[in-house]
Ligand binder design. Sequence first.
Ligand code: CO
Length: 145
Amino acid sequence: MTIHDALKNLVLDHIAVAVDDLDKSVLFYQNLGLVFEDEREVVEEQKVITAFSPIDHNTHLELLTPYGIKKEDGAIFQYLQKKGPGIHHLCFTVLNLEQKCFELKALGVQFLYSQAKIGAKKRLVNFIHPKSAGGVLIELSQKIE
Ligand code: CO
């Protein structure tokens, strides 16, 4: 496999940052030079609202903050309570999520969900447990055609 083939198989899609105040954080990164999509996306499954900004052709910054009447039940609310704002996860795009999860599980890697779920941008997603990844939460995501 060439390096270029390998790069197509795993692309850094976004770096997700948990924030207390979405508008304030958007402004900070705008001052840094990033340009955000106008639309904010609510991800019901995670009980968050997100703001996306491209960093380059592949990679985005994703700001996440708890959202909705049941936001206290969401993982991001609990993360902020426990650890405060900061980098929450890295997300890599894979070509075939089911196959990648199967391969990694065979190596003993643990996932948060037994089945892939629908994440932001209507992607199929699952998360590698930080215990299996040196303390880093890693999202794997597949575009749905
Ligand atoms: Co994400």
